[in-house]
Design a protein around this ligand. Structure first.
Ligand code: COA
Ligand code: MG
Length: 290
């Protein structure tokens, strides 16, 4: 998955539009983009959409963002949408592996109730929305077999911190958010799941988005969340491994294959050891070449 597009769960118009956006996944939102008195309506719009969209031959993966575990709304959200068999649930305001495990237990109950395959529903945790969550980023390993990724976000975190802004005058995230971003990468790697970059909220600034995508890919993020369909092609392009990168990775894999048992090989004057092989294999998997 390269691009994950947020769509308000109470807007059938946007949901239908999002299907044709080219996003690898839709994050159908029942949380921040839906007003409190529209939650019930959003659950029923979302359930109806899931039932129709699940049957399409070619479709993005369909995740639903529920309200966080401390809101008292999570169970009603799950009861409202799990009948539609979403591919996954997005957990906002997650505080570490304990929250992922807690959601996992709730999902197991609904899978049984709705006749869904046990364990089929994946979890994507948005893991840096408050300070507690940032401190718990190292606790996701082994928490839930459903966990597929950790995403970070700087908007809710800035509210929790009481910050005036989260970007400096140069447009780049300030230090607390750089730290949260870095710890998300480390936490995701420690848990063996995908690291997913935050939304870029200025949805008319494609150059800024592209620059942030390049930085994210450079550092090890494999995907980025989006809030507007126009962001999807930019994100897809950035996170699709280039032909050059694929060729380089294939050369690394071939070099190790030709030297079985070697711990280290040389290609073009560069020393390559096992971590390079792991990185090359991951890139090829992302490019669909394995
Ligand atoms: N998914 C699907 N369609 C979307 C969309 C989205 N996330 N964002 C915009 N569109 C549609 C609009 O409905 C519009 O379609 P229409 O002309 O057929 O009505 C078209 O794309 C162009 O939209 P535009 O006029 O550029 O933006 P807008 O002012 O209508 O919407 C937002 C701006 C921010 C309200 C909208 O992008 C949005 O709802 N984003 C998602 C918000 C969200 O889920 N936030 C929670 C996570 S941070
Ligand atoms: Mg939020």
């Amino acid at each position: 998955m390269r691009s994950l597009l947020f769509v308000p769960g109470d807007s059938r118009r946007k949901l239908d539009k999002a299907l044709g956006s080219g996003a690898d996944a839709l994050l159908i939102d029942l949380e921040d983009s839906v007003a409190l008195d529209a939650k019930a309506e959003a659950r029923s719009v979302t359930a109806g959409f899931l039932e129709e969209a699940k049957g399409l031959a070619a479709r993005p993966r369909l995740y639903v963002r529920v309200n966080g575990l401390t809101t008292g709304l999570t169970d009603a959200d799950l009861d409202g949408v799990m009948g539609g068999g979403p591919d996954g649930i997005v957990l906002p305001k997650a505080v570490g592996g304990a929250d992922a495990a807690h959601l996992g237990a709730k999902l197991a109950v609904r899978e049984a109730e709705f006749g869904l395959e046990d364990g089929a529903t994946r979890i994507l945790a948005i893991a840096t929305e408050n300070a507690l969550g940032v401190f718990a980023l190292g606790t996701f390993a082994g928490a839930s077999h459903r966990l597929m990724g950790l995403a970070w976000g700087g908007e809710d975190l800035s509210a929790d911190l009481g910050a005036e802004v989260n970007r400096g005058e140069n447009g780049l995230y300030t230090e607390p958010y750089r730290l949260a971003r870095s710890l998300t990468l480390l936490g995701a790697a420690a848990a063996g799941v995908d690291a997913i970059d935050a939304v870029y909220t200025n949805f008319r600034d494609m150059d800024g988005l592209a620059a942030e995508c390049r930085e994210a890919r450079r550092d090890g993020f494999v995907a980025k969340m989006a809030i507007h369909p126009a962001q999807v092609p930019v994100i897809n392009e950035a996170f699709t491994p280039s032909e050059e990168a694929v060729a380089k990775a294939e050369a690394v894999v071939a070099a190790f294959r030709e030297n079985p048992g070697a711990g280290v090989v040389g290609i073009g004057g560069e020393m390559l050891d096992r971590p390079h092989l792991v990185r090359a294999e991951r890139l090829l998997a992302r490019a669909g070449r394995t």
